[in-house]
Design a protein around this ligand. Sequence first.
Ligand code: NDP
Length: 455
Amino acid sequence: MAVSYDYDLVVVGAGSGGVRLARMSAQRGARVAIVESRYLGGTCVNVGCVPKKLFFYGSHVREDVQDAAGYGWSVPDDQVQFDWPKLVANKNAEIERLNRIYGRLLETAGVTIIRGTATLADDHTVVVGAQKLTSEHITVATGSWPVIPDIPGRECILSSNEMFYLPQLPRQAVIWGGGYIAVEFAGILAGLGVETTLLYRGDLFLRGFDDDIRTFTAQEMRKKGIDVRFGVTIEAVQATDAHYEVFLSDGSRMSTGLVMAATGRRALIDGLGLENLGVKTTGSGYVDADAHFQTSVPSITALGDVIGTPQLTPVALAQGMVLARRLFGDGHGEMDYTAIPTAVFCQPSIGTVGLTEAEARESHGRLRIYRSDFKPMKHTLSGRDERSLMKLVVEDSTDRVLGIHMVGPESGEIIQGLAVAVKAGATKAHFDSTLGIHPTSAEEFVTMREAVEVP
Ligand code: NDP
């Protein structure tokens, strides 16, 4: 006799991936419940992409006001006021609006929302407080959480989570790390007038990005007054009455109003009880799931940040769609992790898709590299000393464009469109035969004719 369960699917975690999976599964006729202990929308909506982008916009206004002078606008410095609590309050109101939308989307799709902390009691049972939910399938979509290295004074160090709710801005801040979050917050704080230092342990931050992009970004961030330091890390932090003393690996120390760690994120699986069910994890602590999101327990799948695939909202959303189809559709569907476009909202921002030059050399051999480094037109009149960089990585034998990289305003917007060309296998000849849109920065991508390197 077939076992009967309360649900066809219980999703644990209502972040980007979990919500998409729950909605798509319910729309395919499944009986679905989603369990969430914190906030609907997960990291992206609450303490990630969305509030970060709002802060990014907010922090750029200061430069826009300064740049206005070259265009004939006089905005006296002493009349420019910035109100941090107001930005945070407006941001919070927007996040609450999005939380409600997420709730409505789930309810409209027929998903039961259960608030509370979930534990997996057995292969088919999720317990939330006094509630016991049985389900044919269970998906773990609990996301990730910031890691702060265990050093003396760790309790004085903030993560990005708290940065979104700071009661007031400090005069000075130290940011520890050299990945996405570190460079984005360094830009936000510096833009808002905070004296900002970024400390990275390696020779050059943004590991994994194209080397030209990394070097160029460091140079542009320094021009904006950010104290970017490489080859140094934090060994200890000590709180005094009014500030923090930061002890560095080079023997020096500095005094600051805030220390933020952006030193990576780990899978958030505490208290789920996965180990009791034999759900395997990887050496780095992620849930071990195969290409079809299957864990070592047949009824349990997992997706999103928790499985260690690229920690990006569009990846989790796509995974949710694929898994819904596999569980409640025709049983097919694959993720394609190649050429994932991404943007880093540092200032100026980075946009990138496809292979870096170093990756392409390793996998494709002989390349043609096209590079353009120029002053954006806006800054001819603003007088700002900011430059943009654009780079194409082309396979010499096939003429295929393998990678596109950019640092400059609206990088994300520009690269999103070009990512379609990379996915479609466009060649440099396709780029050459495409007319530019004049005058734009993006037209550089179709007007670069001379390879700067053909090694
Ligand atoms: P990242 O993994 O991108 O970067 C972590 C940084 O911290 C690296 O520079 C790393 O150095 C450094 N680090 C790690 N451990 C230590 C340590 N013990 N001591 C000193 N430094 C250390 O993590 P983030 O926290 O910046 O972001 C997490 C993820 O979230 C990103 O990878 C990205 O996928 C996603 N994200 C995406 C955004 C976007 O799409 N715009 C924005 C923000 C986040 P090293 O390189 O030497 O290992």
